[in-house]
Design a protein around this ligand. Structure first.
Ligand code: NAD
Length: 355
């Protein structure tokens, strides 16, 4: 049983902790928190041992009825592997702490690629993490783009990808972020960092990305254009290729899911914890072919698509399962499969005929 410590128990850390707990071969040894607050109380109620990042605040935890199990040094020393889910940039500063205890660690996409030996996506380069002590799970947008581009590249070859990322202004709990009422080029310079970030896991892909942020907390939406090297038979063939991927969800026309709001509603109705959507959500109708040019639109749930990737990264780094084995267990334990939307091609076809 792999003992995993989670340093940084915010949007990503608390989701990854719950996902680890659902696995048969790993356990959450404890979670490290900076602030004694409602999230720390939630961690205790979830059954996690809480460790203090800042020793000076141990009394603050005690004042709200939490008795810390130790400090961050204790957690790192007692864990086999650390998940670092501290805010962007802090992870790289934490690396000497992990090195001091000779504890391998997994960083998040807010870190520069140089923070780790390998940038990771479970679908693309699982095996590359086997010899590494420090792995970076790429960001939510990069994860979504890598999952989408990998099967296209393997089947047809990607000559050039051009992506416009319409990014959520902030996560629901990030009260200080905006924009409030605007659409802001972000960054205004082209390309955005996302294209080069995709190349950290798919170095051979030629990709340009442009980003803007808009006033929503729900999801990112990508508008994608890929020039393929080989011409597919038709758009249906490409849809079938994408549908066969376990972490790509094709949204059929008949479901009447017309945006990120209905997607979130759908996830909550399906009983997904926190309304999480671990899969890329690709609008089936948007998958369109003009010669070798493929177009489509996909939504990415920024708070959760990297969660299964972190679980797989733990197994990749410790080397006890293959990529397909790990992904299958992760998918099954988390429940990655919106059964109601799968296998209904006949229904779609009937509708199209009827229309
Ligand atoms: P967050 O702010 O929600 O959570 C970070 C947590 O770390 C907070 O609880 C904070 O109190 C704590 N913290 C602060 N300083 C710390 C320190 N020195 N040591 C340990 N913990 C500390 O941030 P997040 O959104 O969970 O992001 C974490 C990482 O995941 C970042 O690299 C981010 O870029 C990446 N990421 C975020 C998203 C997203 O949309 N939220 C998506 C993918 C990847």
């Amino acid at each position: 049983m792999l003992r995993v410590g989670v340093n940084g128990y915010g949007t990503i850390g608390k989701r990854v902790a719950d996902a680890i707990r659902a696995q048969p071969d790993m356990a959450v040894h404890g979670v490290a928190k900076v602030s004694p607050d409602y999230v720390a109380i939630g961690a205790v109620e979830n059954g996690y041992d809480v460790y203090a990042v800042d020793e000076d605040r141990i009394d603050g935890f005690r004042e709200i009825g939490i008795d810390p199990a130790g400090t961050i040094d204790d957690l790192v020393a007692e864990s086999d592997v650390m998940i670092d889910a501290a805010p962007s940039g802090v992870g790289a500063d934490n690396r000497p702490l992990y090195e001091r205890h000779e504890t391998p660690a997994i960083f998040q996409g807010g870190e520069d690629a140089t923070a780790a030996e390998v940038s990771f996506n479970a679908r693309v380069n699982y095996d590359e993490a086997a010899d590494a002590d420090y792995v970076r799970v790429v960001s939510c947008n990069t994860t979504g783009l890598s999952r989408f581009l990998a099967p296209l590249h393997e089947t047809y070859g990607v000559e050039k990808a051009r992506v416009t990322l319409v990014r959520r202004g902030g996560d629901p709990a990030q009260t200080g972020r905006g924009p409030i009422n605007d659409a802001v080029p972000d960054p205004v310079s082209i390309p955005s960092h996302h294209g080069p970030d995709v190349q950290t896991v798919l170095p051979e892909i030629d990709i340009d990305t442009i980003g803007l942020k808009v006033p929503t907390t729900m999801m990112h939406v990508h508008s994608v254009n890929v020039t393929l090297e080989k011409t597919p038979e038709d758009a249906a063939e490409v849809r079938d290729l994408l549908r066969a991927e376990d972490r790509l969800l094709m949204i059929p026309d008949y479901a009447a899911i017309d945006g990120a709001g209905t997607l979130k509603d759908f996830a909550l109705d399906a009983g997904r914890s926190r309304g999480d959507i671990w899969e890329n959500c690709i609008w089936e109708e948007s998958v369109t072919l003009e010669g070798r040019d493929l177009y489509c639109m996909q939504a990415i749930h920024q708070e959760s698509d990297v969660v299964p990737e972190n679980v797989d990264a733990l197994r990749a780094l410790t080397g006890h399962l293959t990529g397909p084995e790990s992904r299958a267990i992760t998918n099954e334990t988390l429940g990655i499969d919106f059964g109601g939307l799968c296998g209904r091609d006949d229904l779609t076809a009937d509708r199209q005929t009827a229309d």
